[in-house]
Design a protein around this ligand. Structure first.
Ligand SMILES: Nc1ncnc2c1ncn2[C@@H]1O[C@H](COP(=O)(O)OP(=O)(O)OP(=O)(O)O)[C@@H](O)[C@H]1O
Ligand SMILES: [Mg+2]
Length: 335
């Protein structure tokens, strides 16, 4: 069955004590809705509906699954449920909070706390459309927290396996949370090609293509790729192509003029093709991310402005210790 567009549940539908408000997103494996519980609290409900296996027509609630696809659909359903159960055990500010899951319409629904915000991917696109680069302080702040969430995930014996800016969600207060653990469930089904998700090229390390030898280092590659995407605006060269002709060195060189060598080095380290050459623990990553970024001088220091001269004068007069390095680097705004 070719992938198709499934009809979402109708707005206003009551289901297991929740009222669907509207569809907020749909992907290859699911549809996400905004809904309210009986107390009027907003929740996000994710409905298992793999578009290559199930078809729901407009006006229907139960999707049609052909006999041939039923076994695979059921395995996916069980795994979706397991994923929800594993996630429900995790309580961390940087991991999406799963509140409940239930069965209806011959499929499964995962209920999450609704968070208003937008994905890191949208943030990158917005910044680029304004011609603004994503700043170093922002990258360090967001990824320090995302890595904290990921440590908790790994501590619960789960791997994410589909980390990318589209699956890192930024709440309106700016804190990130990890979303979409859909790929985690796929690992159980290495013999089920029809359920294998299409990994976004560029974010997946070679072991994900090979489906063997996955571990925390696999998510570490994707974290590096996501930081790279923040810096460059597009994902790194896909790992399978890198194995033939690696063009990443040139990109890293260009980045060195724009970000501190420590941050560029960290991204380079995470993006090693050989898993053994990557940081072996998230703790190692956290240490670099949290280290005070050195006040890197831009490639060509700008000529001092009138304000700079004034600041220097105030400094010399003892008006609060002017920091030449800081003044040169400029404030790294949280963008
Ligand atoms: N808890 C939540 N609160 C608010 N919005 C959410 C929440 N969970 C998901 N969303 C929204 O739904 C979008 C898609 O979610 P998610 O990444 O989990 O699914 P998906 O990519 O469609 O999954 P799949 O590829 O497995 O079908 C997110 O980018 C976000 O906009
Ligand atoms: Mg997603």
């Amino acid at each position: 069955m070719a992938a198709q567009n499934n009809a979402p549940l109708p707005d206003g539908l009551e289901i297991a004590g929740y009222r669907i408000v509207k569809k907020i997103a749909s992907g290859g494996f699911s549809i996400v809705y905004l809904a309210y519980d009986t107390e009027g609290v907003a929740v996000a409900i994710k409905e298992y509906l793999p578009s290559s296996l199930a078809l729901r027509q407009e006006g229907e609630l139960v999707p049609a699954v052909s006999k041939a696809h039923l076994p695979v659909f059921r395995i996916g359903l069980k795994c979706f449920f397991e994923e929800g159960r594993a996630l429900a055990r995790i309580s961390h500010p940087n991991v999406v909070s799963v509140l409940n899951f239930f069965r209806a319409h011959e499929t499964v629904y995962m209920v999450m706390a609704y968070e208003s915000g937008h994905s890191l991917q949208e943030h990158i696109q917005r910044q680029r459309s304004k011609g603004v680069k994503v700043g170093e302080l922002f990258i360090r702040t967001i990824f320090t927290q995302a890595v904290k969430g990921l440590r908790e995930v790994h501590a619960n014996k789960l791997l994410h396996l589909d980390l990318k800016p589209a699956n890192i969600y930024l709440r309106t207060d700016g804190t990130p949370m990890l979303l979409d653990f859909g790929a985690a469930r796929q690992t159980i089904n290495t013999d089920m090609p029809t359920l294998t998700p299409m990994y976004t090229p560029g974010f997946a390390p070679p072991e994900l293509y090979a489906k063997t030898g996955m571990g925390p280092w696999t998510d570490i590659y994707s974290i590096g790729a996501s930081m790279f995407a923040c810096m460059v605006g597009s994902p790194p060269q896909p790992a399978d192509q890198r194995k033939l002709e690696d063009k990443m060195a040139g990109h890293f060189e260009k980045l060195e003029g724009q970000y501190s060598p420590e941050l560029v080095q960290l991204v380079r380290w995470c993006l090693q093709i050989d898993p053994l050459e990557r940081p072996q623990s998230l703790f190692a990553l956290q240490k670099v991310l949290q280290a005070k970024p050195p006040a890197a001088a831009p490639a060509e220091p700008p000529a001092p402005t009138m304000m700079d001269k004034l600041r220097g004068l105030v400094g010399r007069l003892g008006g609060g210790g002017s920091n030449a390095a800081r003044a040169k680097a400029g404030p790294d705004t949280l963008v």
